[in-house]
Design a protein around this ligand. Structure first.
Ligand code: AMP
Ligand code: GLY
Length: 413
């Protein structure tokens, strides 16, 4: 049987592995306690040693470090770009230079590497002020604020190297964009690009988008307010010129190209690229493409992409985060409502629990072991059903200090 290896340890990888397990044998490396409990094989061995027919790399860091190049050098098809393509996410300064060369609409910017230059640029800008570390910062390198003083202080802290180490030694200061955000995931096979259902992520910790930025507190798909004409405009103005520029640079990009879009009054603008599936977006996209996911991913990796199948219905995911997340998540809190397989102790139709940061204690109970602990996904023929199921499922799971948003997909369903 075809063997697919998924690299990563979060709910994104759980969702991808769960969806792929219908069509192939799946091994997740390193995976987590909840993935193993769900009957999906996990391994501590490196992806290259697992006899994979296809490798799907979940997180960005191994891609930036060249994992896909190594695997391809051994003839293994990979979903995920090599190091050259992964720079789109790995360096914000590179991304901005790339977008300018490609003619993709995006916020104006300056690259600075001294506090004086950062301050001068910020003083000449208008709110909202946007300060980003050049390098990867686990989703925490971006500040968007209306306070000039806060922006200047943030730039100083980042440049000092204390907050983010070398990733913060160079900054990108951007013009602030306003509008609605959405996540457009495309698959690319080096030549062709195919978009999937548009998703929306909830990045702030609190309801109504209050509180600090997080890795993502929930998501839903499809997003009906992004009309086909808008998606077509994104494909034409953003994705097509990106693939053309990648090819011009000799980069054979095979994998997920996730465009973080701002729908501004002047049209769609790219906020950033990610070179992998979003988390928690994967927890809603994987169920929507479950039947065809293996073929879709394998065809991207092998350079023979056809059209994407139609997404099946709708999905909503609600993240349960640990007490203290995102600053200092508390670990070791016992989780109630889960059975030995890590799923709801009383199963609900259309609900699946994806594990992000869980472990098992000496007695086998699941406990929190990370910032984002679980993502509870509801699926259904429409968003209202999917949302009701997700919240019904999430309502049956709890642990001390659990943080969750109650407004995921509210108003959209
Ligand atoms: P990131 O951590 O790179 O995903 O960025 C976090 C969030 O910062 C994005 O999802 C946007 O909400 C916001 N953001 C980034 N760049 C800009 C910008 N130029 N204007 C307004 N908001 C931005
Ligand atoms: N959900 C945002 C990300 O994966 O970067």
């Amino acid at each position: 049987m075809t063997r697919c290896v998924v690299v990563g340890r979060g709910a994104r990888e759980h969702a991808l592995a769960w969806a792929l397990a219908d069509s192939c044998e799946v091994v997740v490396t390193p995976g987590n306690a909840g993935i193993a409990a769900h009957g999906i094989a996990v391994s501590d061995r490196p992806a290259g040693e697992l006899g994979a027919d296809l490798v799907v790399v979940g997180p960005e860091a191994p891609l930036v470090e060249g994992l896909a190049d190594e695997l391809r050098a051994h003839g293994v098809p990979v979903v995920g770009p090599g190091a050259a393509g992964a720079r789109l996410e790995g360096s914000k300064a590179y991304l901005k230079e790339f977008l300018a060369a490609a003619g993709v609409p995006t916020a104006g910017y300056a690259v600075v590497d001294t506090p004086e230059a950062a301050e001068a640029r910020l003083r000449g800008a208008r709110a909202p002020y946007v300060v980003k570390t050049d390098g990867l910062a686990a989703g925490k390198g971006v500040l968007v604020t209306d306070s000039l003083e806060a922006a200047i202080a943030d730039a100083r802290a980042k440049l000092s190297g204390r907050a983010f180490g070398p990733a913060g030694r160079r900054l990108v200061i951007e013009e602030g964009l306003t509008g609605e955000e959405c996540s457009v995931h495309a698959l690319c096979d080096g030549e062709r690009v195919v978009t999937l259902a548009v998703a929306q992520d909830y990045k702030r910790l609190g309801e109504g988008d209050a509180g600090p930025n997080t890795g993502g507190m929930g998501a839903f798909a499809p997003v009906a307010r992004v009309e086909p004409a808008t998606l077509a405009a994104i494909e034409e103005a953003v994705l097509a010129p990106t693939v053309a520029e990648l090819r011009r640079r000799g980069i054979d990009y095979r994998g997920v190209l996730y465009a973080g879009m701002m729908l501004t009054a002047d049209g769609p603008a790219l906020i950033e690229y990610n070179v992998r599936f979003g988390d928690p977006e994967a927890e809603v996209l994987a169920p929507l493409y479950r039947d065809g996911l293996f073929d879709l991913l394998a065809s991207a990796a092998e350079g023979r992409l056809g059209p994407a199948p139609a997404p099946a219905g709708a999905a909503v995911t609600v993240v349960l985060a640990a007490a203290g997340y995102p600053e200092g998540p508390h670990a070791g809190d016992a989780i109630s409502g889960l059975g030995a397989d890590g799923q709801l102790s009383e199963p609900l139709e259309g609900v699946v629990v994806f594990h992000a940061g869980t472990a098992r204690d000496a007695s086998g109970r699941f406990v929190s072991a990370g910032g984002r602990v679980l993502a509870v996904t509801g699926t259904g023929p429409d968003l209202a059903t999917a949302r009701a199921r997700a919240y019904e499922g999430a309502g049956r799971v709890d642990f001390a200090g659990c943080q969750r948003r109650l407004d995921v997909a509210r108003g959209a369903a």
